[in-house]
Design a protein around this ligand. Structure first.
Ligand SMILES: O=P(O)(O)OC[C@H]1O[C@H](OP(=O)(O)OP(=O)(O)O)[C@H](O)[C@@H]1O
Ligand SMILES: O=c1cc[nH]c(=O)[nH]1
Ligand SMILES: [Mg+2]
Length: 209
């Protein structure tokens, strides 16, 4: 089973409380999602492999560490995942970005795919699939299915708020995928929204409601 980690750093908890508040407007919501993604990327990249290289400082030759291993691609699930891309790119600026467009049918809660554009070499990259919300898990599962069909195998899923139902479903469907979240909330309500949650992340990011 992949790792499941709640990244409960005080700065992350504080910022998450800001965007949970219903009075938080689009500008602040967008800025804080960006900051949260950057802080989460710092923690998620903790296990990145390093290797020794020889360099010359102004003083002498020395052996020091540099990043090794697989290069990264960030894969936001549209739309709301887009809000997390820039924050991660601040820490991993050479990452490529692939996009998976999904919307959740408001009645059935089933996800529907409407767009996929991936870097050609996703099979050799560490993929960070990002979406602020993991609710039923349907969207994350479909996005990861779609990536695996295209050859991806090394996948981490990064969300801001998760529901126990979605975590369980994603773990069952993709037990090889590590899941990182800033908060594990209580449950899903009858409309498929996370409780207490933060509402509809896409609408709040883009001001569409
Ligand atoms: O775990 P699930 O039950 O699948 O729900 C989570 C999905 O729902 C939201 O997207 P939405 O369909 O609202 O699209 P949007 O990002 O374009 O608003 C959210 O951003 C996730 O992608
Ligand atoms: O609470 C939820 C559940 C799904 N998608 C959202 O944006 N919010
Ligand atoms: Mg939405």
């Amino acid at each position: 089973m992949g790792k499941f980690q709640v990244i409960d750093h005080p700065l992350i908890q504080h910022k998450l409380t800001i965007i949970r508040e219903k009075e938080c407007g689009t500008k602040v919501f967008r800025e804080v999602v960006d900051e949260l993604a950057m802080l989460m990327a710092y923690e998620i990249s903790r296990d990145m492999p390093t290797e020794n290289i020889e360099i010359e400082t102004p003083i002498q030759l020395t052996t020091q560490k540099t990043l090794a291993g697989k290069k990264v691609a960030i894969v936001p699930i549209l739309r709301a995942g887009l809000g997390m891309v820039d924050g991660i790119l601040q820490l991993i600026p050479a990452a490529k970005v692939g996009h998976v467009g999904l919307y959740r049918d408001e009645e059935t809660l089933e996800p529907h795919e409407y767009f996929v554009k991936m870097p050609e070499d996703i099979d050799s990259r560490q993929l960070l699939v990002v979406d602020p919300m993991l609710a039923t898990g349907g969207s994350a599962i479909m996005a990861i299915d779609s990536l695996k069909k295209r050859g991806a195998s090394n996948i981490k899923f990064v969300c801001i708020v998760s529901a126990p139902e979605g975590v369980k479903a994603l773990q069952e469907a993709h037990p090889d995928v590590d899941i990182y979240t800033a908060a594990l909330d209580d449950y899903l309500n009858e409309d498929g929204y996370i409780v207490p949650g933060l509402g509809d992340a896409g609408d709040r990011l883009f001001g569409t409601k």
